[in-house]
Design a protein around this ligand. Structure first.
Ligand SMILES: [Zn+2]
Length: 585
């Protein structure tokens, strides 16, 4: 039971939390001012602390050096009694467990910070062993340069110890590096400590500046987490130190750890500006769902198109010209780096209309391989009577040729010079001569089913909507889905490109063969939101932002998950699900 820590917002493994002391502390934060260490049991038998709501009390502990043998650890293990004041327990990754504390301090952090693989292994193991709604603290390791990565990995609390110690040793720390104090004739900072001439600046001043810089960097990180944009920042920040670059990549290799924590929808733009952008969860998840869940339902030829800088693509000038030429006679799929391929039905779906990348036309080999792999998997799963590539020469054409060779497919190319020249548009138009048009109705039905596939799982669109006669009452992209009895089932949410269900739609979903995401609650009727303590059980594959069915002895409801499945089950505080509709049983 966590009484004194609550998570309010999440951005991957990073969180905005609140340490609920008499004066609340917003985390991630430095906690030197509010930490009371009851001390090590090595030195002496300690009086058990009385604790206080004013501070986070570190319970008496026995830290062992990194790499101590298991027998040694066990024989020196400390019992942590349940206390009724804010407390932190000192553990290692493998002794980490639920001791009833609000926060946990990893005792051997100084041994693994600086080593990418050891850091990743220790932090991930600790996070998996500790209750999801407790704070994780690393002591004696934070600097202005590394703290954004520490938070990205899931650390909530740090201290000023190392930053101050480095100052007293004569080092001046910034978020991008460190300098010998003697080498600076002016300071790249305007904090209070730095407002004196270099000649009078002491090591004690450097310690103060370093602590200020750490706090300023944490404020920036908190802003980024609130905006859902920490990843964009750390892609750049990781470059300032080799171990941080390595650490960042190690976490990308740990796909399931991050995937469990990254929301499925977001308002914010996603900046794909570095080589590592391809590896981020949002990009990989989209590619994975497009090639494993989505299925093309049109009988028409495929037209492969280049992406446009403007999103959604259909609102760009180039895509308007393509639509004019195609005239509902082909299924339009855009190719793009770093997303892969985007079928027209999913052009609004996060992150397809939310990413921003540098459009230079020059794709790296990694980008080409990634897009080619996604296209190959896409074409293996979806059959078309004809494949038309309306693409500029260079990377796009190269990728299509590579995949067509691989899969032994015939592709017709329609671009001469550039996709939007009169000649190219004419070619595209003529090559579709005689192909049947699909109707607006067919297109809208296919959009709704594609969204269901993407959100819920393979064939979900058919499982949900096969037996109901769909009526659309609004025009794309604000589709409203009604059944033939005049009952609304779902609405398409244009800003995320997902379906949100009504109660009736939730029942259709629950009774269908499509995989359901269910949150089981206690005997109460939720209004507004379900708080975590009311959750009895939840499907493990629920992700933050997922549409979920909420069921309990007294209520049936539909809403949106605010946390992942594991966190829903483990958490004792915080909003678990925002309820949209509810009925009493
Ligand atoms: Zn300063």
């Amino acid at each position: 039971m966590t009484d004194y820590f609550e998570v309010h917002a999440r951005d991957g493994a990073a969180r905005i939390g609140e340490l609920r002391l008499s004066e609340a502390v917003t985390t991630p934060a430095v906690v030197d001012d509010v930490l009371a260490d009851a001390g090590s049991l090595w030195a002496t038998e300690r009086e058990f602390p009385d604790g206080s709501d004013d501070v986070l009390t570190v319970l008496p502990h026995r830290s062992l050096p990194a790499g101590s043998a298991d027998e040694v650890r066990e024989s020196f293990a400390v019992d942590y009694p349940d206390v009724d004041f804010p407390s932190a327990a000192v553990v290692t990754a493998d002794t980490a467990d639920d001791y009833g504390a609000d926060a946990y301090v990893l005792s051997d952090a100084q041994g693994f910070v600086g080593h990418a693989r050891a850091f990743r292994d220790n932090v991930i193991e600790a996070k998996e062993n500790l209750p999801a709604d407790t704070a994780l603290m690393l002591s004696g390791v934070a600097t202005p340069r590394n703290v954004s990565l520490l938070v990205y990995a899931g650390v909530d609390l740090v201290d000023e110890t190392l930053a101050r110690a480095r100052g007293l040793e004569g080092f001046y720390l910034t978020s991008d590096g460190e300098y010998f104090l003697e080498d600076l004739d002016e300071f790249p900072c305007a904090c209070e400590a730095c407002r004196k001439p270099a000649s009078e600046f002491t090591r004690a001043d450097a310690a103060d500046h370093n602590a200020n810089a750490l706090r300023a960097e944490l404020a920036r990180v908190r802003r980024r987490v609130r905006d859902g944009r920490l990843r964009d920042y750390v892609e750049g920040q990781a470059r300032h130190d080799q171990w941080l670059t390595a650490l960042f990549r190690r976490f990308d290799q740990q796909y399931s750890f991050m995937e469990e924590r990254v929301p499925v929808i977001r308002d914010s733009e996603l900046t794909a500006a570095s080589e590592e952008s391809i590896d981020r969860v949002e990009i990989q998840r989209f590619a994975d769902r497009v090639t494993k869940r989505y299925r093309n339902r049109f009988d028409n030829p495929l037209v492969l198109l280049p992406c446009s800088a403007k999103k959604p693509y259909s609102e760009s000038q180039s895509h308007r010209q393509f639509q004019e030429a195609v005239q509902y006679r082909a299924h339009m799929v855009s190719m793009t780096s770093p997303i892969g391929v985007v079928p027209q039905e999913l052009e609004l779906t996060y992150p397809a209309q939310h990413y921003d990348s540098v459009v230079t036309g020059d794709w790296s080999e990694d980008e080409k391989s990634f897009v080619a792999e996604v296209l190959r998997r896409y074409l293996e799963r979806n059959d078309y009577p004809r494949i038309i590539a309306h693409l500029p020469s260079g990377a796009y054409t190269e990728i299509v040729e590579r995949v067509a060779d691989d899969l032994d497919l015939d592709v017709e190319f329609t671009v001469s010079e550039h996709p939007t020249t009169t000649e190219s548009i004419g070619n595209l138009m003529r090559t579709l001569d005689g192909e049947p048009k699909f109707t607006r109705e067919e297109r809208e039905h296919n959009v709704v089913k594609a969204l269901a596939d993407y959100q819920l799982g393979p064939d979900a669109g058919d499982a949900l909507f096969a037996d109901v006669e769909l009526e659309m009452t609004s025009r794309y992209p604000k589709l409203q889905v009604w059944n033939d009895a005049g009952v609304q089932l779902a609405t398409m949410v244009p800003q995320y490109g997902v379906l949100s269900f009504t109660l009736e739609g939730a029942k259709v979903w629950r009774d269908s063969d499509a995989p359901t995401k269910t949150v089981e609650i206690d005997g109460f009727v939720p209004h507004g939101s379900v708080l975590a303590p009311g959750v009895v059980d939840a499907d493990e594959d629920i992700r933050p932002g997922d549409e979920v069915v909420v069921e309990g002895p007294k209520a049936f409801a539909i809403g949106r998950a605010e946390m992942g499945g594991r966190e829903l089950v483990e958490s004792t505080r915080g909003i678990g699900v925002e309820i949209r509709h509810v009925e009493e049983r």
